[in-house]
Design a protein around this ligand. Sequence first.
Ligand SMILES: [Zn+2]
Length: 301
Amino acid sequence: MLKIVHHPLYDAATVADTHRFPMRKYTLLPVELMKAGIAYPNSFYEPELASREQLVAAHCADYVDAVLTGGLDRQAQRKLGFEWTIDVANRARASSAGTLMAAKLALKHGVAANTAGGSHHASYDFGAGFCVFNDVAVAASNLLRENLVQRILIIDLDVHHGDGTARIFADEKRVFTFSMHCEDNWPREKPASSLDIGLPRGVGDLEYIENLRSALDRVFSKIEPDIVFYNAGVDPHEEDRLGLLNLSDEGLQERDRIVAERCFGHDYPLVGVLGGGYSKDPFEVVHRHVGMFRALRDVCV
Ligand SMILES: [Zn+2]
């Protein structure tokens, strides 16, 4: 059975339904996972909130303190895309702790997932693009700090470049960052990951899957990771509001299946995180996110 980490605080209810960030998907997702027969009531694990000490493993202490105490100025909040509330801060703490917990479950059981996370635009000392803390960077840094792993691979297939993750790990040789994204998408500035594949706008299933397969061949020839983090953002979907790629439902499912099977085939522990996905109808996005859990569940059984 797939181990799934979830926290009710992932849905910061103080963010309105009209906000471009589809906050409600975090409440709907576990329900849909149960309906789909992928999760059961005892599949779920609930994390504590991440501590200051855990957060400063990946972020600057001044920035962490500003988030925890409501000290972000107007410009920082604009860059973030959220007005600061205690719910926004606690949500980011829960999400980071959730990815760390899922990573530890993956080390023990082979595969696990978080129903949030993938906040890859958050950098060392600032948040951006709806990303407060970089949960994958927090989890990876704490695994290294606790000496639980030596080599980490981050596969980021969200349609947006993993700029925050690339910046945080630019000088960290033990972490290999791979981002495949649409080159024309925000952010304009794309600091170098260990491997970047920037696809032109409009790429569909066939070309995408071909690029993914050859990129994974390159990645796995360079690193034998002790754990793999997978950002399975569904915003490469053809109907996504913010993405510029053209993947169908089947294309996204195939993408997730390839990542899960490649990691399983190598015996690399795999932790899936949600990433982006934008639609006016939160159910549409949730149904796309279910695919990653299905792919991970399928290599569990
Ligand atoms: Zn995205």
